[in-house]
Write a protein that binds this ligand. Sequence first.
Ligand code: Z5A
Length: 202
Amino acid sequence: MEGLFITFEGIEGCGKSTQANLLCDFFQSKKMECELTHEPGGTIISEKIRKILLDNQNKEMSSLTELFLYFASRSQHTSEKIKPLLKSGTIVISDRYFDSTIAYQGEGRSIPQKTLIEINNFATGGLIPHLTFLIDLPAEIGLSRIKNRDRIEDETIDFHNRVRGAYLTMARENPDRIKIMDGAKDIEDIHKEIVNIMLKYI
Ligand code: Z5A
């Protein structure tokens, strides 16, 4: 049986890594096979690409270089890790995936969405998550939770607010796949809501 592909999305500091970890622990406590991964990264090659992408010193990186590095990381990640795990029936939870590209490179860097969707389909063979949790939070609160800011976190509040807006638009357009969670609630409360939604899928 094919596994489940679940992604967590949101602006930085929204709490998605915390929730992704808790959900994976929940599945494992129920003796279900679950693998936690993240983007950019997730494989040895993709982690090397991640270092280039997030390096604070790479200020001169163009928007298109950035875009193709995210896709290179994702292409390797899906072919080497995500697809084989799904094929073996494992639940795969990824901290960020393609919706991040629509939000950050589409809205944040003004690259047309149609182009992003086409390249993404080419890079991943059209792999779409079964379910996505968008942990929604105002940019000011998210950024205040982060200690060491990387190249993208260093963008302006306006950039991060536009990214948040793009996520909310995507969630409204894909209500069956993308579930909006209130990131301002307590960690445990958000986790319980996520588990309740998950119970309908497992
Ligand atoms: N990016 C892109 O541009 N295009 C793409 O296609 C992809 C990514 C895939 C990756 O950064 C960067 O790449 C990211 C988007 C871009 N941009 N930036 N910057 P990353 O992977 O290094 O980091 P991140 O994904 O942005 O977020 P993060 O730093 O890992 O934070 P988080 O996952 O959202 O939050 P957290 O680690 O779970 O929590 C942060 C802190 O808040 C921590 O101390 C928690 O204990 C606390 N926390 C969590 N939940 C709560 C609640 N509910 N209340 C209070 N405190 C909380």
